[in-house]
Ligand binder design. Structure first.
Ligand code: ZN
Length: 135
């Protein structure tokens, strides 16, 4: 694992500490690196309405989006969960990722023992509905 990749994994795992997850009790962390090199973290933030809940991946992406001039593209995303088999992003997060990822964006799913599952975005979400469909 490269130094940068290690750093992203550590940031994603650390971000779990900020999770607000009284309903699921699952603490998820994410780290997103943009193509300009900036890194943003996120954690899941649950809500009593359930529908107001947002996943760690979207928190990290929106933090990056809100602090950078467009166009931004995501170079890599790390998602950290406590599960034996690292959890993948949900469908809604995949759709948000489709807005800012490229087919080659590296997606890494990791657990607390740093067991990794690595894939490209195009493998995580093949045939995604993307901005190009509305052009
Ligand atoms: Zn999600």
């Amino acid at each position: 694992m490269s130094f940068l990749k290690n750093k992203l994994v550590d940031i994603a795992i650390e971000a779990r500490n900020f999770a607000h997850s009284p309903y699921s009790t699952k603490k998820i962390g994410a780290a997103v690196q943009l193509d300009n090199g900036k890194i943003y973290s996120g954690c899941n933030i649950e809500n009593a309405s359930y529908g107001g809940t947002v996943c760690a991946e979207r928190v990290a992406i929106w933090k990056g989006y809100s602090e950078n001039l467009l166009p931004i593209k995501i170079k890599s995303i790390v998602v950290a969960s406590q599960e034996t088999s690292p959890w993948p992003p949900c469908g809604m997060c995949r759709q948000v990722m489709a807005e800012f990822c490229t087919p080659d964006t590296e997606i890494t799913l990791v657990n607390l023992e740093k067991k990794e599952i690595v894939m490209k975005f195009s493998e995580l979400f093949p045939f995604a509905f993307e901005p190009k469909h509305l052009a």
